[in-house]
Design a protein around this ligand. Structure first.
Ligand SMILES: [Zn+2]
Length: 287
């Protein structure tokens, strides 16, 4: 299905469709979007931000609403450092396991939380489905609710596998570099030290090749313009690197994330808790 989604969006961008509603990659040869899922986490999101600052680039973070409530100070730092914020549901629910109504409820709740904590300054319009599950009917409902759905074209595979562990930083980077082309949207997770340590191995070689890093919104916007300018299929860019992907390493994640992964199927917060969201301290931009 990813291939289908991908080709749809590339086609959309090439013919200059006014608004891309499902994005898996862009079409500008020298642009790349880094995306991070499953935060905010402390310290890993903060460490990722530091790496991005060092490299003077911006990325897009798809946040889990429940985690924002647990670590609102990390949202502050994300916003203050100019990163783009997207919605990744409230509980990290698989969309094929929840009803459409509950799914829309989760999306709204997460967006309300992010908007509430940032005093309305950030209202997410990008959404990434947890685990990439995107049933057709729900995809339409999400777009109808006003979101652009963001998939990915290169998966860093930087998450913990119960049998094989988690990749080393170099292995994550080599996997990404061996697959990359201009316009790619890279999927990573801001929940482990391995990902943090992989970033310089990913970013620096690509910069040396002349690639620029942008947020997903920028990639979509510039891809549309690029397509209009070309009015024909953009050239396929060269392979950045052809390297062997190293075997996975068994490293236990330091993060407690995996034990604290939200349970599926829990009820969402009731009306009382939600009204509290409206009155959450407007900590960031009131001053
Ligand atoms: Zn996720």
């Amino acid at each position: 299905m990813r291939l289908l989604v991908s080709s749809i969006i590339v086609l959309n961008l090439i013919i200059g469709a006014p608004e891309a509603k499902i994005v898996a990659r862009g079409s500008v040869p020298k642009l790349i979007a880094l995306t991070f899922d499953d935060g905010p986490s402390d310290p890993y999101t903060l460490k990722v931000i530091e790496e991005l600052k060092k490299e003077k680039i911006k990325a897009t973070f798809f946040l889990v609403g429940k985690k924002v409530v647990a670590k609102p100070h990390v949202l502050d730092v994300l916003v203050a450092s100019g990163q783009e914020i997207g919605n990744h549901t409230y509980y990290h629910s698989r969309l094929n396991w929840v009803t459409e109504r509950k799914m829309l409820d989760e999306l709204k709740l997460s967006s309300d939380i992010i908007s509430g904590y940032t005093n309305g300054r950030v209202k997410p319009t990008l959404f990434r489905p947890p685990h990439g599950f995107l049933p057709q009917s729900k995809s339409q409902a999400i777009q109808k609710a006003g979101y652009t759905i963001v998939m990915w074209s290169v998966n860093g595979d930087d998450f913990y596998h119960s049998k094989t562990g988690i990749r080393s930083p170099v292995s994550i980077a080599e996997r990404v570099l061996s697959r990359i082309n201009g316009g790619d949207i890279i999927l990573l997770h801001d929940i482990s030290q391995q990902t943090v340590d992989s970033l310089s191995y990913i970013i620096r070689p690509l910069k040396r090749k002349g690639y620029k890093f942008v947020t997903v919104s920028e990639l979509v916007r510039l891809s549309g313009r690029y397509a209009l300018a070309l009015k024909k299929r953009p050239p396929v860019t060269e392979e950045v690197n052809s390297v062997l992907v190293l075997p996975m390493q068994k490293i236990k994640p330091e993060s407690s994330y995996f034990e604290s992964q939200p349970n599926y199927g829990l009820p969402l917060p009731g009306p009382e808790d939600r009204s509290a969201i409206q009155t959450w301290p407007r900590r960031l931009f009131d001053r």
